[in-house]
Design a protein around this ligand. Sequence first.
Ligand code: KIV
Length: 274
Amino acid sequence: MDQKYGSQRYTKITTHVLQEMKLRGEKIAMLTAYDFSMAGILEAAGIDIILVGDSASNVMAGHSTTLPITLNEMIYHAASVVRAVHRSLVVVDLPFGTYQGNSKEALASAIRIMKESGANAIKIEGGAEIIESVDRILSAGIPVMGHLGLTPQSIHKFGTYVVRATDDAEAHKLVEDAQKLDQAGCFAIVLEKIPSSLGTEVTQMVRCPTIGIGAGGGVDGQVLVLHDMLGITHKFSPRFLRRYHNLYEEIKGSVTNYIADVKSFDFPNDREQY
Ligand code: KIV
């Protein structure tokens, strides 16, 4: 449906639009954002989905895992993103510890995110073990994105960030989980760090779009962490990551120049003062 923002007409990306994109074979582009300024740039560039990922725990807060970030912190990031966005679909991660207890707790967390941030949907990690929560959240009218394969909130169970579902048993469970999430009514499923053949198999099997991160080219869309693809983070180099910039070096260079200009009395010059 066409909408208007100022003098601009645009089609709001809804879960329905994403389903149509899958049906006509149009790839879906998703990136993370955690703040107003970056989200505004992503929206202006025409991104389909903005994920307020719990990777904010790593790239914004400096934690070594996604586990410490709180629901209040996720809501703060999500509300900042929503203020910049009109067209893209905004999806927010349910953080660790806010849905695993029981499905009522999961629903209460999802409702807080939707009410207090104005986002369009939530994302939740896991398969069969969280399906009751998925059902309950969906029955409240909140769109749910699933997340299978490498699920970073379970890092202490896995013990490592290596590729998941390389053996038959885990691959079989992943396929079953994807079918359960799809049948429950998830509008999309993220597939993280799995063999590309498995990504393709799941994509062909489920009705909803799949969004891959290290899941090959046979999925319906791709997602990357913004700070990784822009090269702001520079020590993280998995095979699936394509870097579009080296902002770490560029920003460092600009800051170095600024420091030199201040120290050498070059900044501010006559035109840069009142
Ligand atoms: O938190 C996040 O950024 C994610 C993506 C890696 C899919 O879940």
